[in-house]
Write a protein that binds this ligand. Structure first.
Ligand code: UGA
Length: 451
């Protein structure tokens, strides 16, 4: 099938590239020309394991093309995915200005029947709004009689495992009032639904999936499925973080508690890892947007508000732990390992590490940090933080070491060496990632989250 994907962020690029891999002719469009030039040369502008190889393979096969002109994508495809950003405005509302620009451009260029797919996470009701934007823009052109359908097809991939999540999804959701559009979308996703494709990377593990469940519903429900799923997961993490905080008081171990709870099929073990709170480009934005929508209807979404407030406090708890240990933070040196909001990504949006580093720096601490992939100082991080070339440089002379992101390579750190170079041997493990007993036996003071 002929597909175009507008927006080459994590969601758009992965979607386009994977649709090419399963046999479609795909054009990925982005208004940023430098990004498109990189992609045309087979270079991936984001860090996502496995993605660059699939980009290169599909350029070679002639199935994957790139353009910075929306018109080119629209004219050459029957299915057009809108995958542009919907960042949070200061009041929590989703900013739809990028979606609006794209919808208007589509309206101007549409020349035959098209399916417009909302892949961006958009507020409830946006499907109809996109439809209106396209129609209004068509009225000014000479293509008034051309028909189109809008579909909501929310994305559930996680950064860092985006390829696996796309090829082996837990479900595919298609929301539309058009039977024709639904039939075409099912056809597009057939190889994934039936798990009938060749897995592109033989070196990587393939989960056992027989067939992928399909949910066909109306536009509004599909949009709500996305917000409700992300909000539920964020709430689940806030819940276990609250339990972790109680565990600390009563002397229980939250990891054991999560294991014990997670064995109950109704609860499940995933997303019960206590830590320094959830961040990234999705949970904070989507929970805030759903809260905003509820407020618009005069509701107070108490569960969502609680999830947000527990999360805010969880980041501050790390600062409190540092104060408890060092008493005076001013003039102390603190090493922070990990900047990205989670491992296997270079994304620093709403990363808890940044709030923690900014907070400690404001208290007068000297902060040194290292991340295996994030090499440049994020704009949201204070200039006073030093980015180091490796973990040992960050830890050298530190009074406290904080683990903020559980990159796999941090498991192999040489703690004998670290012990010799730290000022005080205090480790705050913000992800319950290190081996507590081993570190304690080596003479470190180990502080985890709820263990
Ligand atoms: C999330 C959802 O998991 C995806 O299903 C969704 O498609 C995506 O948002 C999106 O809306 O685009 P992502 O933000 O990439 O994916 O990352 P997650 O793995 O969900 O992690 C989010 C945050 O929760 C991270 O800060 C992570 O460290 C934290 N987390 C996750 C925990 O603190 N504990 C856990 O047990 C799991």
């Amino acid at each position: 099938m002929k597909v175009s994907v507008i927006g080459t962020g994590y969601v758009g690029l992965v979607t386009g590239v994977c649709l090419a891999e399963i046999g479609n002719e795909v054009i990925c469009v982005d208004k940023i020309k430098e990004k498109i030039d990189m992609l045309k040369n087979g270079q991936c502008p984001i860090y996502e394991p496995g993605l660059e190889t699939i980009i290169k393979n599909n350029i070679k096969r002639g199935r994957l093309k790139f353009s910075h002109k929306i018109e080119e994508g629209v004219k050459q495809s029957e299915i057009i995915f809108i995958s542009v950003g919907t960042p949070s405005l200061p009041n929590g509302q989703a900013d739809l200005s990028f979606v609006e620009q794209v919808a208007k451009e589509i309206g101007k260029s549409i020349d035959s029947y098209k399916i417009i797919v909302n892949k961006s996470t958009v507020p409830i009701g946006s499907g109809d709004w996109v439809s209106m934007m396209i129609s209004e823009s068509m009225e000014t052109g000479n293509n008034k009689k051309v028909s189109f359908d809008v579909v909501s097809n929310p994305e559930f991939l996680r950064e860092g495992s985006a390829i696996e999540d796309t090829f082996f999804p837990d479900r595919i959701v298609i929301g539309s009032s058009s039977k024709k559009a639904i039939t075409i979308m099912i056809e597009l996703y057939k190889p994934l639904l039936e798990q009938d494709f060749e897995w592109p990377d033989s070196k990587r593990l393939v989960p056992e999936v027989q067939k992928v469940p399909l949910v066909v519903t109306d536009l509004t429900s599909a949009e709500m499925i996305k917000y409700a799923s992300n909000s539920f997961l964020a709430t689940k993490i806030s819940f276990i973080n609250e339990i972790a905080n109680i565990c600390e008081k009563v002397g229980a171990n939250v990891t054991a508690v999560a294991e014990g709870m997670g064995l109950d099929k109704r609860i499940g073990r995933l997303f019960l890892n206590a830590g320094i709170g959830w961040g990234g480009s999705c949970f904070p934005k989507d929970v805030a947007a759903l809260t905003y929508i509820a407020n618009e209807y005069g509701m107070t979404p108490q569960m969502l508000n609680a999830a947000i407030s527990v999360n805010k406090e969880q980041k501050l708890k790390i600062i409190k732990k540092v104060q408890d240990e060092l008493k005076i933070v001013k003039g102390k040196t603190i090493a922070v390992l990990g900047i990205a909001f989670k491992p296997d990504t270079d994304d620093v949006r709403d990363a808890p590490s940044i709030s923690i580093m900014n907070g400690l720096s404001n208290l007068g601490a000297k902060i040194k940090t290292y991340d295996p992939i994030v090499k440049n100082k994020p704009d949201s991080l204070t200039d006073r933080v030093k980015i180091c070339k490796d973990a040992y440089e960050a830890i050298d002379g530190a009074d406290i070491l904080i683990l903020a992101t559980e990159w796999r390579q941090f498991a192999d750190l040489d703690f004998d060496k670290i012990k010799k170079t730290m000022n005080h041997n205090i480790i705050i493990d913000g992800r319950n990632f290190f081996n507590k007993e081993k570190l304690q036996d080596m003479g470190f003071r180990y502080i985890g989250i709820g263990r």
